[in-house]
Every structure is written in structure tokens, then in C-alpha cells.
Write a protein that binds this ligand. Structure first.
Ligand code: FAD
Ligand code: SIN
Length: 542
């Protein structure tokens, strides 16, 4: 058994920020599935939304976030995160993060940060490092991790399940005391114990066939938290990014919304700009509206993609502002300075997650969740672009302050070792890969951008059957990373469907053709699922 003061599962912006902040106070284990840098964070393009100029205001950022969230944001949470954002961004800069600055120098001799614009923002407020912000965030954080005391890093280690006292048969509070962790290289399962465990495992894009997310995004944290007895909320709100590069060989390459912020226009295959008819902000409307409009244009015309056109901008500007997108598209034979980019929507971000308060506290004592895995109430029914990195920074900081303030011990609890039972080596790996594909396709076809009651019910039936098969496989065979991820995407798929079925209205990212309007009585009402008590719709954490 390995003992620590803090276990951090995940090494994106949220996990690394938390680890850096608590490291001076105690022993920290960072457990991460692949190499440290492999996280959604690394792929972030557009940037971090924060108010940094007098021409902008906190009130406007709050108002934009609330508007995008379609009546489901928790206003006090929005206010706090927006207000605390600029200080956290400054800390990132102090750690060495280099945001892009404007070319021009002000009359006082200052070079201000360049601010990007994205959908739903009323002002330019997105700090960025060209079009590869996440790479620079990770560079700065990982350099700081190397300098920090007390941190042990476990790469290629995958958390399987949380260790909850409720499941160990202890009386009293259900408390998290650590996690079982698979060493992917050796196949051994280790027990990691600590009074504080932090889930910073990111989102679940891989539940869908087409996604902008990297392979790590299999919703493990949500699945683990749910199995341990924590509440999960608002999983029906899956954000589809409108513009993922459409190319047979391009695996999940995003074309940033920041292109539209600089004037790129969405067109159908006849060259007609179609967003003007859908929303006053046209191509810069909130993401749910843009993705849905593209979906309907594609369905109406039978086309398998639409076009994003920035060719009217000068080539040197495009290449300087979007070097990553320019060069990647070039590799796939598209010169974005000369021709429109073929794009399609793809699953991008999970607005719901493990239900937490502003300090990342879940319903299990000792268990925290920060970043995309968590549902704080910031995003409501639709996340405002570039608010996610911001939330990761602010909530990881708050969670760290909170655990430092209220140091916890777990006292006299015997933690068992992992039991493999009679499990043998898996014999039919094809079952795992087949079920992976089936779940992802089912979710794409039946639980995508536009839903119906019938499709949701059909999806639920299929996923239930698959889960039964996977459960059998899980108990019979020794665990592998692929099998564990399959088990997790199947559960997360079911949670998404069950949340969707619990919301008989269309709001933000959840659009159901059978109930296409808002139901006023469901504003401010989260869809909350708990393992023991079944499904509920209620605010349970204020
Ligand atoms: P992640 O960065 O996803 O990190 C999760 C970590 O958990 C990884 O290290 C992973 O390996 C680890 N992990 C997962 N499961 C396990 C397990 N079982 N055991 C051990 N480790 C595990 N947001 C913005 O605000 N601005 C942007 O410009 C932006 N651009 C984006 C572009 C792309 C292509 C994508 C995919 C997302 C973008 N987002 C953006 C969203 C944003 O990047 C993510 O929401 C954010 O980075 C999530 O950070 P995180 O720390 O919560 O999780
Ligand atoms: C993008 O650059 O378009 C992604 C921004 C985000 O998801 O917040």
C-alpha cells in the first residue's frame, strides 16, 4: 500500500494546479493514465477567458456566461469564478506561462495581451498562446511540477475505482480513503491511500464516435465517483464543438472558434453563409446553436460536412495568428489561406459531472473533484467558450485552500488490498473493441446533437445490454486499461441517457424534438443521479 496526504488523479490544468498548491503541505501522488502531458488541456486552442482590460467588465463576463448557460448556471458560482479568474491567471503568468501579446505598443510603452473572441462573448477577453494555448499551459505547469517539493508522479497508472468506506462495510459517513490503481506496464494493481483524493480526470468525449478529445477522455472520474456513491449531475449537457476538421485521416483535430472570432464564416457546400438566418451573432452565436444549425444544414442537404472560410483575411495574418491550425490543415492538404476548411461538429465538452460545491467538495468526505470532471454550476446547460480552463484554475485553487484549511485524517480504517479472485487473462479482446465501437456509435446516432424520446429509449436498452455483458467480462478476467475504459464509457453513456430522459424539455445543449421548448419550471433544476437512491431532479448542494 502506498500512503500519501493527497492523491491527485489526472494531470491536466486542474490536477497539476491542485498538486502545486498543496505540495508544500504534504506528500502528493499524481496518478495519470498515460504520460503527464497527455490531457485535454494540452490540446486547448482558443485560450482562457478572463477580464483583464478596462474595456471589459466582470459583469459582462458573468452576463455572457449566464446567457450561454440557458437558465441553469448557478449565479453565485459564475460570479465567484469570473471574479477570482484574473488573479489565478496572473499566478499562471507568474509560473512562466507566456500569453501572446499585441503587436502594437501603447502610448505608455506597454504591450497588452492579445485578446481573442469566441462564440457568446460580448467582448474580446480570451487570453491565448497563439492557437495552442493548452500546450503552453502544460509547459508552464509541468516545469513548476519539476521544481516543486513532495510530489511523486505515477505515469501510465490508471485509477480503477475509489476506495469508499461505505463499500468496506464501515459505519458512519461514506468516506473516500484512496483508490485502486492499475500499473499499465506491469499489470499489477496497487492500493493508494490518503485522507484526500482529488478527481481531475477531465471529460468523456470518447463516449461518442466523433470527438475533439484525445483518447484519455473516457469519463473515468465520473464513473468512479458514481460507483463510490457520489452524486453526478447534468450529464445530458454534452457540448458539440461546431468545427472539427473533416478529413478521413485527421483524428479529432479541432479548428478553433477563435477563427470565427477573427471573421471566419460558416458556409454550406454551395458557398452560402447560413448562420445569419439562425442567430443575430451569426457564426459567433453560442455553440449549441451553431452546432445544431450545422447539423440541420447537413441533414437537409445530405452533405457530410460544411465549410469554414477565412480566406478573405490576409495570409500573413492567418499564418501568424493560427500557426498550429494552418500547419496541421496543410498536412491534410488544405491551405486555409486559400480555400475553405471542411468541418463537422464533434463531441467536445461535458458540462455536467460529479456534483461539487465551489471548493470541489463532493458528497463523499475526503473526495474532491475539479476541472471538467466536476459539475460546479458554472456552465449550466451550455458552457461559454474558454470558460473551462478558467474553471479548472479557480476551482483547483479553491479546493487546495479548502483542504489545507481543514486538514483531515481518516483514522482507524483497514484498507484491503485489491482482490483478483479467480480472474484469468482475457481471452477475447475482440469483445472489448467491438463493444467500444458499438457504444460510441449508438451514442452518436441516438444521443447526439438532436434527440428524440424514442431514440433515447432505444439507446438505453442497448447500453443496458452491453453493460451486462461488460460486467460479466469484468468479473471473469484480469483488468486491462481497455477493459476498464470500456466499463467506464458504458456507465457514463447510461448516465448521459438517464439524465436526458429526466429532462422533458429542450434547453441549451439538450435538444429533444419531442419536447422542443423550454419548460420554465425546470429552470435552476439540476438532473441529479445517485447510485443508491436512483434518479432525482433537485438542487442538493447550494
Ligand atoms: P484534462 O486536461 O482532460 O486532464 C485529465 C487527466 O486525467 C489526464 O491527465 C488523464 O490522463 C487523466 N486521467 C483520466 N482518467 C484517469 C484514470 N482513470 N486514472 C489516471 N488518470 C486519469 N477549454 C478552454 O477553456 N479553452 C480552450 O481553448 C479549449 N480548447 C479545447 C480544445 C480541445 C481540442 C479540447 C479537447 C478541449 C478544449 N477545451 C478548452 C476544454 C479544456 O481543454 C478541458 O475542459 C480542460 O483542459 C480540462 O482540464 P482538466 O484538468 O479537468 O482535465
Ligand atoms: C476552441 O478553441 O474553439 C475551443 C475553446 C473551448 O472549447 O473553450
Amino acid at each position: 500500500m502506498r500512503e500519501f496526504d493527497y492523491i491527485v488523479v489526472g494531470s491536466g490544468i486542474a490536477g497539476l494546479t491542485f498538486a502545486l498548491k498543496v505540495a508544500p503541505q504534504g506528500r502528493v501522488a499524481i496518478v495519470t493514465k498515460k504520460e503527464l502531458a497527455e490531457a485535454n488541456t494540452h490540446y486547448a486552442q482558443g485560450g482562457i477567458a478572463a477580464v483583464t482590460k478596462p474595456t471589459d467588465s466582470l459583469d459582462l463576463h458573468v452576463a455572457d456566461t449566464l446567457r450561454a448557460g440557458a437558465g441553469l448556471c448557478r449565479e453565485s458560482v459564475v460570479q465567484t469564478i469570473v471574479e477570482e479568474g484574473p488573479a489565478r491567471v496572473q499566478e499562471l503568468i507568474d509560473l512562466g506561462m507566456e500569453f501572446t501579446r499585441e503587436d502594437t505598443i501603447s502610448p505608455d510603452g506597454e504591450r497588452f495581451y492579445s485578446l481573442g473572441k469566441e462564440g457568446g462573448h460580448s467582448k474580446r477577453r480570451v487570453l491565448h498562446a497563439k492557437d495552442a494555448t493548452g500546450r503552453e499551459v502544460m509547459r508552464a505547469l509541468l516545469a513548476a511540477i519539476e521544481r516543486a517539493p513532495n510530489i511523486s508522479v505515477f505515469e501510465d497508472h490508471m485509477a480503477i475505482d475509489l476506495i469508499a468506506t461505505g463499500k468496506l462495510g464501515h459505519e458512519g459517513d461514506n468516506r473516500c480513503v484512496g483508490a485502486f490503481v492499475l500499473n499499465r506496464a506491469s499489470g499489477e494493481v496497487h492500493t493508494f491511500a490518503a485522507p484526500v483524493t482529488v478527481l481531475a480526470t477531465g471529460g468523456c468525449g470518447k463516449v461518442y464516435l466523433y470527438t475533439t478529445n484525445p483518447d484519455i477522455a473516457t469519463g473515468d472520474g465520473i464513473a468512479m465517483a458514481y460507483r463510490a456513491g457520489a452524486a453526478v449531475a447534468n450529464m445530458e449537457f454534452v457540448q458539440f464543438h461546431p468545427t472539427c476538421l473533416y478529413h478521413q485521416k485527421a483524428k479529432s483535430f479541432l479548428v478553433s472558434e477563435a477563427l470565427r472570432g477573427e471573421g471566419a464564416v460558416l458556409r454550406d457546400l454551395d458557398g452560402r453563409s447560413f448562420m445569419e438566418d439562425a442567430h443575430p451573432l451569426a457564426s459567433l452565436a453560442p455553440r449549441d446553436i451553431v452546432a445544431r444549425t450545422i447539423d440541420s444544414v447537413m441533414k437537409r442537404s445530405g452533405a457530410d460536412h460544411v465549410m469554414l472560410d477565412i480566406t478573405h483575411k490576409p495570409a500573413p495574418f492567418i499564418i501568424d495568428r493560427f500557426p498550429n491550425i494552418y500547419s496541421t490543415c496543410r498536412e491534410f492538404g488544405v491551405d486555409i489561406t486559400k480555400e475553405p476548411i471542411p468541418v463537422v461538429p464533434a463531441a467536445h465538452y461535458q458540462c455536467g459531472g460529479v456534483l461539487v460545491d465551489l471548493d470541489g467538495r463532493t458528497e463523499l468526505s475526503g473526495l474532491f473533484a475539479v476541472g471538467e470532471v466536476a459539475s460546479t454550476g458554472l456552465h449550466g446547460a451550455n458552457r461559454l467558450a474558454s470558460n473551462s480552463l478558467l474553471e479548472g484554475l479557480v476551482c483547483a485553487h479553491r479546493a487546495a485552500q479548502s483542504v489545507i484549511r481543514t486538514k483531515t485524517e481518516f483514522g482507524d480504517i483497514t484498507i484491503p488490498a485489491w482482490q483478483s479472485g479467480d480472474a484469468t487473462d482475457p481471452d477475447e479482446l475482440v469483445v472489448v473493441s467491438h463493444n467500444w465501437d458499438e457504444i460510441r456509435r449508438c451514442m452518436w446516432d441516438y444521443v447526439g446533437i438532436v434527440r428524440t424520446q424514442k431514440r433515447l429509449l432505444r439507446a438505453r436498452k442497448r447500453i443496458e445490454n452491453l453493460r451486462e455483458e461488460i460486467r460479466q467480462y469484468y468479473w471473469d478476467f484480469k483488468v486491462t486499461a481497455d477493459l476498464l475504459e470500456l466499463r467506464n464509457i458504458a456507465l457514463v453513456a447510461e448516465l448521459i441517457i438517464n439524465c436526458a430522459l429526466k429532462r422533458p424539455e429542450s434547453r441549451g445543449l439538450h435538444y429533444n424534438l419531442d419536447c422542443p421548448s423550454l419548460d420554465g419550471t425546470l429552470a435552476q433544476c439540476d438532473t441529479v443521479l445517485r447510485r443508491e437512491s436512483g434518479n432525482k431532479a433537485a438542487r442538493s448542494i447550494k
